[in-house]
Design a protein around this ligand. Sequence first.
Ligand SMILES: [Fe+2]
Length: 360
Amino acid sequence: MGSRFRGAHDRRAKVAGMSSTEMRTPAQRVHVGAIAEVLRTLEIEGPVLVLGSKRSVAAVDWGGLESRLALTYFDRSEPHNPQRVVDEAIRLARDVAPRTIIAVGSASAIDLGKTVRKEIDALAVAIPSTLGGAEMSRGYGVLQATHEKAVGATRHVYAEVCYDPELLATLPTATLGASGLNAWAHTIEARYAGREHWLGRAAAEAAGRRLPALLLEAAASRHVALHRQLFEAAHLAGFALNACGMAIHHATCHALGGLTRIPHGVLNAMVLPHALRLNGRLAPAALAEVAASFAIVDLVWEAERVRDAYKLPRTLAELGVPRETTELAIEPIFASPLLRNNPAPVERGDLVDLLCAVYG
Ligand SMILES: [Fe+2]
């Protein structure tokens, strides 16, 4: 972890009898602790618009703050953040005119918060419930009716981010594993991406070394200390993703996600071993450098080991996806700007082979 972060980590506060850690950067504060206790320290002003899915909104313990903050809930966030949902949320936000927007949930809910914040001037707070790391990035995706994912970016990062290990504890184990593989993929792609950023690479290395072991441990047994460590790693992975960008693996996951609506984490589990094999062939030195910096002998084997520990799907065929879907994915992947960030050029034939392997 860089000195800019290490110094900020020294700031500690006792909140309601529990240890809470706060990290400050110029544009963003990151908190680890119980949601209600953290929110009390932020002096948030209402009205507050809460954005998330039914599951994530219901999972939050607001600790009696509901009436003081004048919470209005929009709990219709969906995987892949469809445009229809974004439009509904923005309409509600214009009616409520919130002073604060709180996005709670997976990367889709966190991305929804970014799209609303773009339209409404309010304090933006992210409460992630998965390891997707979207709270650390400016980028977001919105699923169009055409099944393509429109990508955008906001100039605002979340001003406040709250990681509550107890909230992560409510996540089903298979979903934790899938989102953990997504976070690990962020570290790998950030580490070998063409866009150089030394602090981003350092964050990628720190999280990339730790995530597989943490995920294997969590597949067997989960506890609060482990959830806290997983959040720390996912936070670094999200920072690395924002700094260094993504490559062929995420270009493939985004295209298949738009076409199939399979959750992003599950797609990561299916695609990652094959994307790594492809780059092992196209850019062996880059892949070997990532493996060495993570102190992991075989990245492909490690990705499959974590996937299997959580009994995640191995192929699109297992989920009943029509084979033609892989043909429809080729053009969006080939057109993706993420390919330019890959450590080696990718030909159309490489994509056909990759999708064939992912299909099974
Ligand atoms: Fe991702």
